[in-house]
Design a protein around this ligand. Structure first.
Ligand code: LLP
Length: 442
């Protein structure tokens, strides 16, 4: 569903005019639609009906606890890649028994926390990691349930920075070596191999690479079982793409049908780790135009959101639709513009050479498909404050992450004692703990 539609020439999020939120919280801000989140989860759950698939929402796409809880209340699990994400999932109400911990560089400390919480599964990406997990689990008298993430050497055909399934990537264990690796795991006290995991990349708009990768995983599951390994889980990762502009994306139902076929007859529990498709089109970034500058060669629409708020356009050459919040006149003549932020870098753009209707200082713009990998990848570069996140449900809206204050931003730093000056005011004085000893006010 598309929750962002014009009514009376004003762009709404569900039943709330975005301009009203802008008045209430200021700009820029992210806005998420609860109905759209719910709709995406249900589409997955419906397509998996009749199987006991576990849909582990990949928190990395958007880890606001309001988003996580929306999914958790519908029965979702979580795919986490750090202690921070694990804590967020638990805090938002995801049961530990539905949490999968992935990632190439889990530390001992992270493994320990995850083992203590009793998570469902570790997706392990290398042999040194297997040995470490075995050791940490044994030291706790626990046995970690493990799926090895295999690298099937399939090119997902996506942007180079988000493809993960080829031999050149740091991810997973070469599928050809997998039987040997499972052999090494046999009879270990701290780990039990229960599954095979795969994830070939993100923003896939073609299902063919999935078909190829899942066929290889299916063969591997059969081979491992023949070797006597009790494999009963198949983790198919995430990566399903969304429509950012006019290029269509596959339907969730088609993707799930493909997954079901790949697992057909194996009797494996399917684990899916969708991220972007769950949240991407459920969010927009709303920004206000500060100036319109007509340069020698181009028109620049300078707005108050920047690359630090949404880095995807400059990092991945990603396309995000940009629309005016007040519908433009039907006879408005569009012309090319660069939509840029105030940051001191030429890479600070949200769109380049984009056909845009006439806009003026003070106008609001909505950058679409910004619910995934938007807020989570933002920073306070140029000492800009992280921007608020708002969630809408029907006619209500709530701030689900407030804009921090400048005091909070500045208060993150500490001056070392040798730089202190009497009467220092610029940095709020708070006692700092150094090495467990209280070190006076800094
Ligand atoms: N599972 C694993 C093991 C992953 O590495 C990822 C994403 C997912 C699941 C979820 O993938 P999704 O369904 O969201 O495609 N920042 C980039 C995307 C990075 C994706 C990293 N891994 C972007 O803005 O496009």
């Amino acid at each position: 569903m598309n929750p962002f539609v014009y009514r009376n020439d004003a762009l709404h999020a569900e039943d709330v005019p975005l301009a009203r939120i802008a008045e209430g919280v200021g700009t820029p801000f992210y806005c998420y639609s609860s109905a759209a989140l719910t709709g995406q989860y249900r589409a997955f759950a419906d397509a998996f009906r009749g199987t006991d698939a576990l849909i582990c929402y990949a928190l990395k796409a958007n880890s606001n606890q309001a988003v996580i809880r929306t999914f958790a209340q519908l029965g979702a699990g979580a795919d986490v890649v750090s202690e921070g994400e694990l804590r967020r999932a638990l805090a938002a109400g995801v049961p530990a028994g539905r949490i999968v911990f992935a990632g190439v560089g889990k530390t001992r400390a992270e493994m320990a926390v995850a083992l203590d919480s009793g998570i469902f599964q570790f997706n392990v990406e290398s042999e040194p990691e297997l040995d470490t997990l075995d050791e940490v689990a044994r030291s706790k008298g626990r046995r970690a349930q493990v799926a090895v993430r295999v690298n099937p050497d399939v090119d997902a055909g996506t942007h180079a920075k988000i493809t993960t399934g080829t031999k050149e990537n740091k991810f997973g264990i070469d599928i050809a070596r997998a039987p040997e690796v499972y052999e090494r795991m046999r009879n270990r006290a701290g780990i039990q191999a229960v599954g095979v995991a795969v994830h070939i990349g993100s923003q896939l708009t073609d299902l063919a690479p999935y078909r190829a990768a899942f066929a290889r995983v299916r063969d591997l599951v059969q081979r491992l079982r023949a070797d006597g390994h009790p494999i009963d889980r198949m983790d198919v990762g995430g990566g399903l793409g969304i429509a950012y502009g006019e290029d269509p994306a596959p339907a969730i139902s088609d993707y799930v049908a493909l997954v079901r076929r790949a697992a057909d007859g194996l009797g494996c529990r399917i684990i899916a780790e969708p991220g972007r498709v769950m949240v991407g089109n459920a969010g927009v970034l709303v920004t206000r135009v500060i100036y319109v500058k007509v340069g020698a060669a181009r028109r620049f629409v300078i707005c108050d959101a920047a690359m630090n708020d949404l880095i995807r356009p400059t990092l991945y050459e990603a396309y995000h639709d940009i629309v005016t919040v007040a519908a433009s006149a039907p006879d408005a003549v569009p012309s090319l513009a660069d939509v840029v932020g105030p940051i001191c870098e030429s890479g600070d753009f949200l769109a380049q050479g984009r056909s845009m209707p006439p806009v003026a200082a003070g106008d609001l713009l909505a950058i679409k498909s910004a619910g995934a990998y938007g807020a989570v990848m933002s920073s306070s570069y140029n000492s800009r404050l992280l921007i608020p996140e708002v969630m809408v449900a029907g006619g209500q809206f709530a701030v689900v992450r407030p804009r921090p204050s400048y005091e909070e931003l500045l208060g993150l730093d500490r001056l070392p004692p040798w730089l202190n000056e009497p009467g220092d005011r610029a940095i709020p004085s708070r006692p700092a703990m150094i090495g467990g000893r209280k070190m006076g006010a800094v």
